[in-house]
Each structure stands twice: as C-alpha cells, then as structure tokens.
Design a binder for this molecule. Structure first.
Ligand code: 5GP
Ligand code: ZN
Length: 112
C-alpha cells in the first residue's frame, strides 16, 4: 500500500525508532500518546483492519509481540490494556491493522 503511513513506518520509508521488530511485526510509540506508555504494534503486511485478516497466524504474531513488548517494558505487574479499534464505530483512524498497548496509569472502564 503505497499511501499507507503504517506501511511506510514498517518498511523504513519513514524512519522510526522501533520499540520492537521482527520479520512479521514492528512496534513503535504513538505520535499522540493517551497514556504514559502508548505503543502501536502492527503487522508488516498491510491489512486495512482486524476485519480484513484472513490468516490466523497474523493474530499469533501480533499478540505474542505485544506481550513481549509489555514484558520488555516491565508492565506485567501493574498491568496494561490492549486495544484494536476497528472501523468507524470502533474509532479506527489509520486503515492499517494496529494494536494499541496502553499502560502507566489507571485506564478506567468502560471506554468512552
Ligand atoms: P486508531 O484511532 O486508528 O485506532 O489509532 C491510530 C493511532 O495512530 C492514533 O493513536 C494516532 O495517534 C497514531 N498515529 C497516527 N499517525 C501516526 C504516525 O505517523 N506516527 C505514529 N507514531 N503514530 C501515529
Ligand atoms: Zn499499510
């Protein structure tokens, strides 16, 4: 996807300090953080949203990477939240699948 900002982040067209990367996933800090820790974990492959995923292994790599990032940041004791916004009602603004890893404050429930 030539015009996808997260594809550009994943393929290096936009230089980014990755919090984590492997052959399938990259993770980086959100531009507009909503908590003291706000990391985006994305597949390198373009999927417009969670609804477009047709390969279950995308989920294993994405979730496994997100938990690795949480551990690497020492979040497992106090906790964290993982969120995947999907579509208009879900509040998705960037049409490339991404998981938000949020932590560092009490996040409250229910979400807005
Ligand atoms: P969504 O609302 O789609 O679930 O989340 C998109 C997230 O991407 C937002 O939290 C927004 O701040 C973040 N974002 C949008 N553009 C960029 C960017 O160019 N770089 C980074 N690091 N984050 C971005
Ligand atoms: Zn993309």
């Amino acid at each position: 996807m030539d015009d996808c900002i997260f594809c550009k982040i994943a393929n290096g067209d936009i230089p980014t300090n990755y919090v984590y990367s492997d052959d399938r996933v990259v993770a980086f800090n959100d531009l507009n953080p909503q908590a003291p820790v706000h990391v985006l974990v994305i597949p390198r492959q373009h999927y417009a949203s969670s609804a477009a995923v047709d390969d279950p292994s995308v989920w294993s790599s994405l979730m496994d990477s997100a938990v690795k990032v949480a551990r690497s940041l020492g979040l497992e004791d106090k906790g964290y939240r993982m969120v995947i916004n999907t579509g208009t009602d879900g509040g998705q603004t960037v049409p490339h699948l991404h998981l938000h890893l949020l932590a560092g404050r009490n996040l409250g429930w229910p979400p807005g």
